[in-house]
Design a protein around this ligand. Structure first.
Ligand SMILES: [Zn+2]
Length: 395
């Protein structure tokens, strides 16, 4: 219904504009335009009756009758876009291919149709064809540079061609689209993770350096660097990398806690002390249940379960948390005996059911939630916007 209203308004506006603008022209020209106007309304009528193939034929015929008409060209472009948006990609391709076959098109018009056609191919999953057209457009550089680069970038992300994606991201940055620095950093992180998985630490380190060059706030680069340094036995360097997250984005501190615990278990007194004082600082400034439980583990190891339980209970009174409650019950189950132990077991079962299946991460852009951290949101495809959930059921 909205499409229909849009179309009626759109075509009426074109028809009125056409009439007002051209009424003082010579009779011969008027005759031609009147014929064009008639074809518009025939095409519109077909569209309203959902006879889309007939509508396409009519509009293309209008273009043949008046090859120099900008109005007809714009109408065909709008029609193709509408089909593409509605998922009728075959029809969009037909409109744009018919347009492209018109010898009367100017160079600029021809390039514009190529861009539209590459969008159609992309929507149809014909990535190679889309890429071919877009590469030509980028080389020509005739006014559609940013649109073509953005579509190429989407293709290379789908294909996980990270080096090509970086190249395009850098071209977009040269076109002053600054928001792409975050994406370029993530693409470098993708490459770094591939290299780290293959134990190519030198290459991995270099890619992470590039990631941080493009985005100093890239938490992911710090996390991967922390893991890389830890795998090489560079404990202090690993801790240094993880501590950067405090300033980069404290929402993600909880993601570094498992590795911080690994570092704490190493036989290095200074690192152990530094990890604990860092966790204390995080608890004070950016408290989360992951930090509370990690500090509780340390207390349990040094002072025993009762003190650990007391610490968790104090923290829970300040910031209620299901995960904290579960841990507190577990500690008391370990200490209790007889009927109390049995009752605590029942309570634990209940709280487990409450927390099971609850999402741990949510995208701040589209609201997608899940139990895994995705650096690229599977729903809206944005990078670095899926974050740990805080609050009673989260961190
Ligand atoms: Zn999202």
């Amino acid at each position: 219904m909205n499409d229909t209203v849009y179309l009626v308004g759109f075509f009426c506006a074109i028809a009125i504009g056409f009439w007002l603008g051209r009424r003082d022209k010579r009779k011969k020209v008027r005759k031609s335009k009147e014929r064009l106007s008639k074809e518009y309304f025939i095409g519109l009528n077909y569209l309203l009756n959902e006879q889309t193939n007939e509508a396409i034929d009519t509009f293309i015929k209008a273009l043949e009758t008046n090859p120099d008409s900008q109005e007809t060209f714009d109408t065909c472009i709008a029609l193709g876009r509408l089909f593409c948006k509605r998922g009728e990609v075959d029809r969009a391709i037909r409109v744009h291919q018919s347009l492209l076959a018109r010898p009367s098109l100017t160079k600029k018009q021809s390039l514009m149709v190529q861009l539209e056609l590459s969008r159609d191919y992309y929507s149809a999953g014909l990535l190679d064809r889309s890429e071919g057209l877009l590469t030509q457009l980028v080389e020509v550089n005739a006014g559609f540079q940013v649109e073509a680069l953005e579509l190429l970038l989407a293709i290379y992300q789908q294909e996980k061609e990270w080096l090509l994606a970086i190249e395009i991201g850098k071209k977009l940055l040269k076109n002053n689209v600054v928001s792409y620095s975050n994406l370029v950093a993530h693409f470098y992180c993708e490459l770094a993770e591939e290299q780290v998985a293959k134990s190519n630490t030198t290459e991995g380190r270099e890619y992470l350096k590039q990631a941080l060059k493009y985005n100093k706030q890239c938490v992911r680069a710090s996390l991967v660097l922390g893991k890389l340094e830890y795998s090489q036995g560079n404990l202090k360097e690993s801790l240094k990398a993880l501590q950067k997250i405090y300033n980069q984005d404290p929402n993600y501190i909880s993601e570094s806690v498992p590795l911080l615990e690994e570092l704490r278990l190493e036989q290095s007194g200074s690192v152990q002390k530094s990890v604990n004082s860092y966790l204390q600082k995080c608890l004070k400034d950016y408290p989360s249940v992951a930090i509370v439980l990690s500090l509780a583990k340390e207390i349990e190891m040094k002072q025993g379960a009762k003190d650990a339980g007391k610490f968790i209970a104090e923290q829970l009174a300040r910031r209620p948390s299901l995960r904290g409650l579960n841990q507190l019950i577990d500690i008391h189950i370990g200490i209790a005996e007889g009927k109390s132990k049995k009752n605590l077991g029942l309570l634990r079962e209940l709280t487990r059911k409450l927390s099971d299946g609850k999402p741990l991460y949510r995208c701040i852009n589209c609201g997608f939630s899940g139990q895994e951290l995705h650096w690229q949101c599977p729903s809206c495809q944005h990078w670095g916007e899926v974050k740990p959930i805080h609050g009673v059921e989260g961190q």
